[in-house]
Every structure is written in structure tokens, then in C-alpha cells.
Design a protein around this ligand. Structure first.
Ligand code: M6R
Length: 361
């Protein structure tokens, strides 16, 4: 049942191109939900763990591209913060299992004040019965405790939702290019194994990224923590100089995520350089490198300047720009965590202290 793979996690990582193709077929169902909803002035995403990282991508997408005020809230914090919900707010719950206790509690509270939508993988789960509207991610059963293919499918649903609400068919066009790019990244298996071998005995990792790459940094660090038990922290690159750069010493591995940037005029800042996450992350890379860090870079294959400041480099098609990158750039980080886990003799499918579904608060 592992389809020839050593673990479910590896099988599920390799299923991701097909999962994306399957999820993209949900576009009609998503259009129907959007037709039913209408009149939305504000969006509030709520989720836990990996699903929260998908929520955070949703915040960057809806605010920067559609200019809809959007929050992303950790479900267990929802009761302490979300008092501004109203009829014009759509509260979107993202949950693979549809049974996570913190997420269900928040859903029950939000149902009283706002319209609710649940993005769920498990058919017939509690969240699908209690939310006003439902979108299924159609990733199929996920056995590995560490979420992989369901994250990809959640992201695809969020992008399709944004494309439909904002009437931006170009987003769908971009998504359609991705399964093939995912297959190319999965072929970089040997490179990622080599990187895993180099760093498997390190005790601390730092993950950095800006904008759309910040959720990827968080998710990459979570994967590493969950299945290798190595301490990993993720920071928005701009935060480095506000504290964590003090941790860098000779040999500290820093995973830096810097896809080619999206240039958008910022309504607030009015200047197109403002969104140049790439130049700014590159200067952070130089800062950590000059303090002895070993930089593992994730970026475009034609980005010579980034490459020369790294010890290891995982390269992507230059046409995949920042705004769509979360769906692709997470894949080598899932593989990196997987291979380090296996090389350390751990069982990536059954990490200690964790359950697939957290039904207690
Ligand atoms: O079923 P859910 O999506 O609601 O689960 C949320 C988290 O518990 C889950 O994503 C968890 O963080 C995973 N172990 C991540 O790999």
C-alpha cells in the first residue's frame, strides 16, 4: 500500500503533482461557492499547524493581489482576538481532518457572527457539516502524520478561490504550469539527499523568507521539527536583524527562500521597489554568510548572484515567480526533512508525541 516507497510520507510527497491536477478540477465547485457567498468586505482565515501556513499564504494573496482586508489567525488564539466578525466577513476554516478541536471551536463561534467556509480534505467530517459552505481539497487519504500533499491541495483551493473572487484567470493559468515543475523538483532527489547528509547532525536550523516565502519558511521549519527533532526556527527575513542574527555562528545552516519577485505597486508605499522581496532577502543572505552561516538557497536557476552566496542551491524555473511559489518551493523542504529523518534512523510516518488529528484543546 506504500506503492513501492519506503514510507507513506515519501509516497505522498511524490503524489503531489497528481494531487494538484485533481484539485484543479474543483474549480467549478469553487465558482459555485463564490456565487453563493457574494458581498464580502473582509476575510478571516483560521487554522492550526500546516493548515495555518496555508492560511497565511491566503492572507498575502488576498491582500496583495485582491486588496481585500484579510487576517490569518491560529485557531487556538481565535477566541482572544476575533471580535470584529460581521455579516460582511467570510471566515474561512482550513483543516485537513475537519476534526481539529481548536478549529471546530472557532468555527462554532464564527458561525454565530459571520458567513463561514470550510476547506477540508476528509469527506463528511464535522467541519463539513457545520460550516455554511464547503470546498473539498480532494487530496485523497493522507497517512503520514506530517502533512504534505494536503498542504498543496489547500493552497491550490485558496489560489482558485482568489482567482474566482478577484476574477483573475491568469492565476489559474499559473497553477496549471505547476504540476510539471513539481515533477522536475522531485527529480532533484539526489541533490536533496546530499544536502540532508551534509546537515543531518546539526542541532539548529534557521529558515528565512519574505512575503509569500515567509509561510514557506514556517512550513519548512515545521516539517524539520516534526520528523527529525532538530530545532528549527523560521523568521521573516527582515526580522533577522531584530534579534535572531545573534544566533548565527560558524556553520549554522540557514535555509533561504528567494524566488524571483513580484512587482506590484503598493497602495500604501506607492513605489514598486517596495515589494522587491528578492533584493532584500539577498542582502540578509549576505549578512548571515559573512557571519559564518552555511546558506542553503532556494531560488531561480538563473539567479547567479544568489547562487554564489550559498553553500548549496536548489534551483527552480525562473518563470515561477514569488506569488505562486509557495506551492512549488515547499517540496524540496519536505524532502529535506524526510531524508534527514530517515538518515537519523527515525520513523517519519510516526513522529513522537504527535497524532494525525488533534481532537483535544
Ligand atoms: O487536520 P488539520 O488540518 O486541522 O490539522 C492541523 C494540524 O494539526 C496539522 O497541520 C499538523 O500541524 C500537522 N502535523 C503538520 O504536519
Amino acid at each position: 500500500e506504500k506503492g513501492g516507497y519506503d514510507h507513506f510520507m515519501l509516497k505522498e510527497i511524490h503524489e503531489q503533482p497528481q494531487v494538484l491536477r485533481d484539485t484543479l478540477r474543483e474549480i467549478k465547485a469553487i465558482q459555485q461557492v463564490v456565487d453563493e457567498i457574494r458581498e464580502i468586505k473582509r476575510i478571516c482565515f483560521v487554522a492550526c499547524g500546516t493548515s495555518y501556513h496555508a492560511a497565511l499564504v491566503g492572507k498575502y494573496l488576498f491582500e496583495s493581489i485582491l486588496h481585500i482586508p484579510t487576517d490569518a489567525i491560529i485557531a487556538s488564539e481565535f477566541q482572544y482576538t476575533a471580535n470584529a466578525l460581521d455579516e460582511e466577513t467570510l471566515t474561512i476554516f482550513i483543516t485537513q481532518s475537519g476534526e481539529t478541536a481548536d478549529t471546530l471551536n472557532a468555527l462554532r463561534a464564527a458561525n454565530k457572527k459571520s458567513k463561514t467556509l470550510a476547506i477540508v480534505n476528509v469527506l463528511g467530517s464535522t467541519a463539513t457539516r457545520e460550516a455554511d459552505h464547503v470546498i473539498y481539497t480532494r487530496a485523497g487519504p493522507e497517512i503520514g502524520v506530517a502533512a504534505t500533499k494536503t498542504y498543496i491541495s489547500q493552497l491550490a483551493c485558496i489560489y482558485m478561490l482568489a482567482a474566482t473572487i478577484g476574477q483573475k484567470p491568469d492565476i489559474i493559468e499559473d497553477l496549471r504550469k505547476l504540476p510539471e515543475e513539481m515533477e522536475k523538483i522531485l527529480e532533484k532527489d539526489e541533490l536533496i539527499k546530499d544536502i540532508a547528509k551534509t546537515y543531518k547532525d546539526e542541532s539548529d536550523f534557521l529558515f528565512i523568507g519574505r512575503g509569500f516565502s515567509y509561510p514557506t519558511a514556517l512550513e519548512g521549519a515545521l516539517k524539520l521539527k516534526e520528523i527529525t527533532y532538530i530545532h528549527a526556527e523560521a523568521y521573516a527575513s527582515g526580522e533577522l536583524k531584530h534579534g535572531p542574527i545573534a544566533l548565527i555562528e560558524k556553520g549554522t545552516p540557514v535555509v533561504a527562500i528567494a524566488p524571483p519577485p513580484l512587482f506590484l505597486k503598493s497602495e500604501v508605499h506607492g513605489d514598486k521597489e517596495f515589494r522587491n522581496s528578492h533584493t532584500l532577502t539577498l542582502s540578509n543572505v549576505k549578512e548571515v554568510k559573512s557571519r559564518g552561516a552555511e546558506v542553503i538557497g532556494l531560488g531561480s536557476e538563473d539567479d547567479e548572484e544568489f547562487k554564489k552566496n550559498t553553500s548549496d542551491y536548489i534551483s527552480f524555473n525562473p518563470s515561477i515567480r514569488e506569488e505562486i511559489s509557495p506551492i512549488l518551493y515547499i517540496i524540496p523542504l519536505q524532502l529535506l526533512a524526510y531524508y534527514i529523518s530517515v538518515m537519523k534512523g527515525e520513523d517519519p510516518d510516526h513522529p513522537r508525541n504527535l497524532a494525525k488529528c488533534v481532537t483535544v484543546v
